[in-house]
Write a protein that binds this ligand. Structure first.
Ligand SMILES: [Fe+2]
Ligand SMILES: [Fe+2]
Length: 129
């Protein structure tokens, strides 16, 4: 994982690593074949890991001296991701799977882009601002 994405909280950083590992599994699937079961399996694991991870972050955030506007926006971003992921996973299980490239792009946003835009905001408060 890129060191600039580390927050300095071992629990959160470890969970982020687990999310990147799932993104990596998706990215390494050969493009020329169908991977319905594999993708569904990864999305199932992602759902579990993300829900657990968001709960961890929200519990941590509640203890930080972070402005409530930032905290609320971060909670809302988590909520949106869970809704979108649930929809993607349900579609995938119902045989309406999106193209692999689309899934990789959207999971990349949830994992990578979310850390850059939201999680890193916690960093100064985690390290005793
Ligand atoms: Fe996170
Ligand atoms: Fe987050």
């Amino acid at each position: 994982m890129n060191p600039s994405l580390l927050l300095g909280s071992p629990t959160i950083d470890h969970q982020h690593q687990g999310l990147f590992a799932l993104l990596e599994r998706l990215s390494s699937l050969p493009r020329a074949q169908e991977h319905e079961e594999e993708i569904s399996d990864i999305l199932g694991k992602l759902t579990k890991q993300l829900q657990h991870h968001f709960l961890t972050e929200e519990t941590v955030m509640d203890r930080l001296a972070m402005p409530s506007t930032l905290v609320r926006a971060h909670y809302a971003a988590h909520h949106r991701i869970v809704e979108e992921l649930t929809q993607l996973h349900m579609d995938s299980m119902a045989g309406r799977q999106r193209p692999l490239e689309t899934i990789i792009a959207v999971v990349g946003q949830w994992v990578y882009q979310h850390i850059v835009e939201y999680d890193l905001e916690m960093k100064p408060y985690l390290n005793g601002k």
